[in-house]
Design a protein around this ligand. Structure first.
Ligand SMILES: Nc1ncnc2c1ncn2[C@@H]1O[C@H](COP(=O)(O)OP(=O)(O)OP(=O)(O)O)[C@@H](O)[C@H]1O
Ligand SMILES: [Mg+2]
Length: 294
């Protein structure tokens, strides 16, 4: 059997419990991970175990290190100190060649996760396959593209080019590409950003479907709390390089930390206000009602 047809057993009836988190079924682990860029400490001694078959959502304000965090899960960034494990094997110290083999177990949908404009939908989806394997049987690959597109509701769009798709359709094709190699783990960076609520919800449903039907482990970064509450078994909030909240939706909703409450309720926090005040934009940009009167 060809490697890209790797199938996995999926436990049936594994209803999401959304309850407490244990280390038992960890598929990825970060251990005492610190990431600095110059003097900027973005992740400050973080330890985290990602549970197999669950959806973990990472939230936090812009610039807090969410993208940096998920890039470490697949070692697209190397830690300044600390370790990364995939299935108990240390991976942060592997060379690129070895890492690329590990990366075939992952699918990812990145923030700027654009499709290749010059490639058709089908070519975009086969891209990761061609990157890692020599294809001998094209009919098998065609079948695979069809299956993946059907999963995201876009079978029939094989010969379209990205320019002729809507934003939501492009995300769905990117998702089909992310699952082309039947990954065990899918990483999503802002999967619903820029989509209207209905299209965003289609993506949420697809993430849930992948978990239910393929048993994938998902890690998603998002600002979108509607999406977070819908898809997450577990929500983690990052703030100043640390995890300040960690638990299911209920736990996060009722979290006593004011920064968590401000974030989930979409309020501007004091740090942001200080920056805005310092740059003078709040007051200078303000208009009085009479500015609009005739
Ligand atoms: N390659 C890099 N070199 C230097 N600094 C970086 C690099 N990548 C990220 N940073 C810094 O790390 C911090 C966290 O960035 P990151 O992209 O993880 O934020 P984020 O939480 O994903 O924000 P957003 O919600 O806006 O996507 C920022 O201060 C950013 O400037
Ligand atoms: Mg980001």
């Amino acid at each position: 059997m060809m490697a890209y047809r790797r199938e996995r057993k999926v436990k049936k009836g594994g209803k999401r419990s959304g309850t407490s988190v244990s280390d038992r079924d960890g598929i990825i682990a970060l251990k005492d991970l610190t990431k600095k860029f110059g003097n900027n400490v973005v992740l400050d001694n973080i330890s985290l175990t990602i549970e197999k078959g669950k959806t973990t959502v990472v939230i936090g304000p812009s610039g807090c290190g969410k993208t940096v965090l998920i890039k470490h899960l697949i070692v697209l960034l190397r830690p300044s100190s600390g370790e990364v494990y995939f299935k108990k094997r240390r991976i942060d110290n592997l060379d690129e060649h070895e890492l690329n083999k590990v990366r075939t177990r992952y699918g990812f949908l990145f923030q700027a996760g654009a499709l290749f404009d010059s490639l058709s939908v089908a070519e975009n989806i086969t891209f990761p396959i061609r990157q890692h394997y020599k294809i001998k049987d094209w009919s098998e690959v065609e079948e695979l593209v069809k299956t993946k597109l059907a999963m995201v509701g876009l079978d029939g769009f094989q010969n379209f080019y990205p320019a002729n798709l809507s934003g939501g359709q492009r995300k769905r094709v990117a998702l089909a590409r992310a699952i082309a190699l039947n990954p065990e783990v899918v990483l999503y960076d802002e999967p619903t950003t820029g989509l209207d609520p209905i299209r965003a919800d289609v993506i949420n449903e697809l993430i849930l479907k992948l978990q239910r039907e393929l048993g994938v482990t998902s890690v998603a970064v998002t600002h979108d709390m509607t999406s977070a509450y819908k898809i997450a078994d577990r929500i983690i909030m990052l703030h100043h390089g640390k995890i300040i909240a960690d638990g299911n939706a209920e736990h996060i909703r009722n979290h006593p930390h004011p920064v968590v409450q401000q974030f989930i309720n979409g309020q501007v926090n004091e740090d942001d206000l200080a920056v805005l005040r310092a740059s003078g934009t709040i007051f200078q940009a303000q208009f009085l009602p009479r500015d609009f009167e005739e």
